[in-house]
Design a binder for this molecule. Structure first.
Ligand code: CP
Length: 302
């Protein structure tokens, strides 16, 4: 049976731990030619820098070949070809498809149509499971554990697919605490809060966080995503609602680290970048090792 990664819940806790183990192995030795003779299709129907380039670097480091597009305007989608037909075609050519698409549910649909495994590189505001796995690897590397982590999620918790996936994955570990910091318009959706309540996991909601940031193990900043708003006025009202500055970090735990899936706009001031607690660029590097691990796991190469 093919092994797709569409939602973070497609993986068990054992899978998460296996990915962490493999990512550490690829970090020690990134160039392992496990994909020799294989072709990976990289289909990005929506813009990306890190996800696409780290996947493509991972494929190169594993000795595979890449086909695909970074702009669907260069594909027959512009002539009206459906996602169904595109996936049917590409699954004839490649051994694995990595796909980003703006529509929620598109990756699951692609997996149903495809005869080869699909890795979801982000489907609308729904899920971004490979980001979650690299976030978990970053948490594990910086905190030394995945249990007992107090995570502050800040910004766009409504449309932010990365926080949705991370919440679900971290809830598999012991005693997580979630602090959600968002304006009313961008609060964590009820379905995720209900998910936590049903599992008996503590969460707290705030509008501000400067007076409680000292409790955080991880501050997970997110961008207010202009592309998800249908009303530009609503976006203007919330776009700069939280800006993390270096001066706010004075009383934080020495081990606290700031994560951000990136790209950032204004939500982390550049004066934070030189603080040792700023971990977002290393986090993006961890993405390459983690994506090597996900490919190896998906194709059962290790
Ligand atoms: N974190 C992330 O998904 O970044 P990109 O949109 O640049 O891939």
């Amino acid at each position: 049976m093919k092994r797709d990664l569409i939602s973070i819940t497609d993986y068990s806790k054992e899978d998460y731990l296996r990915i962490m183990e493999l990512a550490a192995d690829f970090e020690r030795n990134p160039n392992q030619r496990l994909l020799e003779g294989k072709v990976v299709a990289s289909l990005f129907f929506e813009p990306s820098t890190r996800t696409r380039l780290s996947f493509e670097t991972a494929i190169n480091r594993l000795g595979g070949r890449i086909i695909g597009f970074s702009d669907s305007n260069s594909s027959s989608v512009t002539k009206g070809e459906t996602l169904h037909d595109t996936i049917k075609m590409v699954s004839n050519y490649a051994d694995l498809i990595v796909m980003r698409h703006p529509l929620e549910g598109s990756a699951r649909y692609a997996a149903e149509v495809s005869s080869i495994p699909i890795i979801n590189a982000g489907d609308g505001a729904n899920q971004h499971p490979t980001q979650t796995l690299l976030d978990m690897y970053s948490i594990l590397k910086t905190q030394g554990r995945l249990d007992n982590i107090n995570i502050f999620m800040v910004g766009d918790l409504k449309y932010g697919r990365t926080v949705h996936s991370l919440l679900m994955a971290m809830s598999e570990f012991e005693n997580p605490i979630f602090n959600f910091i968002a304006p009313e318009e961008l609060e964590m959706p009820e379905e995720y809060k209900m998910f936590l309540r049903e599992k008996g996991i503590r969460y707290f909601e705030h509008r501000e966080f400067t007076d409680i940031i000292s409790e955080a193990d991880i501050v997970y900043m997110t961008r207010v995503q202009k592309e998800r708003f249908s009303d530009p006025i609503e976006y203007e009202q919330v776009k700069n609602v939280y800006i993390l500055r270096n001066s706010m970090l004075a009383n934080t735990k020495p081990t606290m680290r700031i994560l951000h899936p990136l790209p950032r706009v204004n939500e982390i001031h550049p004066d934070v970048d030189s603080n040792e607690k700023a971990y977002y660029f290393q986090q993006a590097l961890n993405g390459m090792y983690t994506r090597e691990a996900i490919i190896a796991h998906t194709l059962k190469l290790k």
